[in-house]
Design a protein. Structure first.
Length: 358
């Protein structure tokens, strides 16, 4: 049985150390008992300390062995996905589907983890914004009532107080166990992966797995948007952003494995929710990429928001269509600021070792 230190336990340790004055010497190795300005630790410090002690968990999500090989990475349709280049990938294991609400709930129950969307906002990070507005929450797709031009995405995204993985559309909304978990920032996804004894995929691994041996295809599943007249991924149908007709059976997230798996046995590598990758985002990454198992650049740079740290996202979401967001096409790349989340953003994990038998 693994043991986790509770916040209460940490507070008691701090209290015992700080109240003894000169009677007790605090050793350097006794870091938990170190006094902070000769006082009690802040709530933020205590919570962070708990989260830093995440131990190996028991995620029971099925993984698929992805045999390594060579492929052509990138796309001629997107400037930041060029040049197309040769890449060699080693064997690895990948979650067969996106991490679900049930899996994430197990992680939270075991560790007491608090997602970024559930934490208070630091006023220093938002100069000029009223403190009354700095409450926990996240971005939620909120379609306008009338058609708008598509040059300003803030017209259909709203910051909703109380929105989180537990309440995807805000207070009062609920989740389904088999839907992909959403409203997870990069930090949240990385914490889950650490707990599960896994890691987040590189974007090269992700694209190799999504292509599943196919070459020069428009979409990861082939060249036709609707093979044999059927939708094979959860994407947007209708007039974006005002009306998603739900022709594919879903207006928002779909339970994992609702659509056919690819040739490698992986589900939802297109659409449903965006998925975090471990690589920093730069539009010029491929100009300097190595061939064998590339892990991306050493830093982040996005000329549209040069002051923000961003990581790569892959696969598109239920909001992608040919009218606005075509980043569900093969070889395309997405990006996201590392502390941001939304109700169309999730993740899946990979591992260099075979999962333990149940």
């Amino acid at each position: 049985m693994k043991k986790y230190k509770s916040i209460a336990c940490i507070s008691i340790i701090f209290l015992s150390a700080c109240n003894t004055g000169n009677e007790r010497r605090v050793d350097e190795q006794d870091s938990v008992a170190m006094c902070v300005s000769e006082g009690m630790p802040s709530r933020v410090a205590a919570v962070k300390n708990v989260q830093n002690e995440i131990l190996l968990g028991a995620d029971d999500g099925k993984m698929v062995l992805i045999k390594g090989g060579d492929f052509r990475m990138g796309s001629t349709e997107f400037a930041d996905a060029q040049p197309i280049h040769d890449v060699t990938i080693s064997d690895f294991w990948m979650d067969e589907h996106e991490v679900t609400n049930a899996q994430f709930a197990k992680f939270v129950e075991a560790t007491g983890y608090i997602t970024v969307a559930e934490r208070a906002l630091n006023p220093e990070d938002f100069p000029g914004v009223s403190r009354d507005l700095l409450v926990p929450g996240s971005a939620v797709f909120s379609p306008p009532e009338e058609q708008v031009n598509l040059n300003n995405h803030l017209q259909w995204w709203k910051y909703v107080p109380g929105a989180s993985w537990r309440h995807p559309k805000g207070p009062g909304s609920t989740i389904e166990d088999n839907d992909p978990v959403v409203h997870v920032s990069y930090e949240d996804a990385e914490a889950f992966a650490k707990w599960a004894g896994k890691r987040l995929p590189t974007e090269a691994e992700w694209e190799y797995a999504a292509r599943a041996g196919k070459k020069d295809q428009t979409f990861y599943w082939g060249n036709d948007l609707k093979p044999d007249g059927k939708w094979v991924a959860n994407v947007y149908q209708g007039n974006f952003p005002t009306k998603n007709t739900g022709e594919d059976g879903f207006e928002e997230t779909a339970p994992v494995k609702s659509f056919p798996a690819n040739a490698f046995g992986l589900y939802d590598m297109d659409g449903n929710v965006w998925e975090w990758c471990s690589d920093y985002y730069r539009p010029d990454t491929y100009k300097n990429s190595v061939k064998d198992n590339p892990k991306g650049p050493s830093d982040s740079y996005d000329p549209t928001e040069p002051g923000l740290v961003k990581r790569v996202q892959r696969g598109g979401s239920f909001l992608c269509n040919e009218q606005y967001c075509e980043r569900y096409k093969a070889g395309s790349r997405g990006k996201g600021e590392v502390s941001s989340a939304s109700n169309n953003l999730g993740f899946r994990c990979v591992s260099d070792q075979a999962p333990e038998a149940e």
